[in-house]
Design a protein around this ligand. Structure first.
Ligand SMILES: [Zn+2]
Ligand SMILES: [Zn+2]
Length: 280
């Protein structure tokens, strides 16, 4: 594989400007197509707003775009993110829940800006909103604003210091629990997969509960997983009869995620996931 130009043909984890990615949905699909991606899930955090544009661009470029969203959750289990595949972008009930999550994100970022200001790091909410381009607000946008003002030497440094979980400026999110996220995706006819399981604390105890709640897949293939981590996750998937999924988590920002199509995904996972999809 020529890592500069060509990637793998399937990428089930990508982000656009509709959440915290750097590119418009159409641009993202064009870039994926140029790297040889033929099946791409657009999985923006808490939103399906980019899916329509991405599908239209995909139709023109020979890329099948799978509607998806990535739900962040709140729990003591570390970073538990749930990918919801094959959800319906026109589902008003789902959109209502996603909107609630986005509004909570917004309030949280506002509070963090206030705290940072009180600590002497003067960034403005307006600038943070500008960086987000109307997408689902998150810490990446704060990190960018802090970097621009020279308070940190890099975007990643902000995550490790000023806006880290144990920093005085940190505000925790109000949101879904991991089980609620899985249940929400299933209830709306979608197919949930556990994103980057490496960030989950106590994965082996949490997994059976997620499976009982309706989890279908697990992201065994991910840029930051070592070969031995992948092997271990594939064994876990097998034990719990979960479908192995994978993706780049491409954001187009700094070291967040790998290149589009940068991660192998088993082609047979697509029809396997699709069998769990429910249309009303
Ligand atoms: Zn994630
Ligand atoms: Zn992601």
């Amino acid at each position: 594989m020529d890592s500069l130009s060509q990637g793998y043909p399937i990428d089930l984890h990508t982000h656009s400007l509709r959440s915290d990615g750097a590119y418009e949905p159409r641009e993202l699909v064009r870039m994926a197509a140029a790297r040889g991606v033929r099946i791409q899930a657009l999985s923006d955090h808490d939103t399906l707003l980019g899916v329509g544009e991405a599908i239209a661009e995909g139709d023109a470029r020979g890329v099948r775009v799978i509607p998806a969203t990535e739900l962040n959750t709140e729990s003591e289990w570390g970073d538990v993110h749930v990918l919801g595949y094959f959800v319906d972008p026109a589902d008003a009930v789902l959109e209502e829940r996603l909107k609630w999550l986005r509004e909570n994100r917004g309030r949280r970022v506002e509070l963090m800006v206030e705290k940072l200001n009180a600590l002497g790091y003067t960034i403005s909410l307006d600038r943070v909103l500008e960086i987000a381009h109307g997408g689902a607000l998150g810490r990446p946008h704060l990190a960018q604003a802090l970097f621009e003002k020279g308070y940190v030497k890099s975007y990643d440094e902000a995550f490790d210091t000023l806006i880290a979980k144990d920093s005085p400026a940190y505000v925790s999110r109000v949101g879904l629990t991991p089980l609620e996220a899985v249940e929400l995706v299933r209830a709306r006819g979608g197919v949930p997969s556990l994103a980057h399981p490496g960030t989950v604390l106590g994965l082996e105890s949490l997994l059976p509960r997620l499976v009982a709640a309706g989890l279908v897949g697990i992201e065994c293939y991910y840029g930051e997983h070592s070969p031995s981590a992948t092997t271990k996750l594939l064994a876990l998937a097998n034990t719990h009869r979960l479908i192995p999924t994978g993706g780049s988590d491409f954001h187009g920002r700094s070291e967040h995620g790998t290149e589009l199509g940068g991660v192998f995904v088993p082609p047979e996972s697509i029809p396997a996931l699709e069998r769990f999809r429910r249309t009303s």
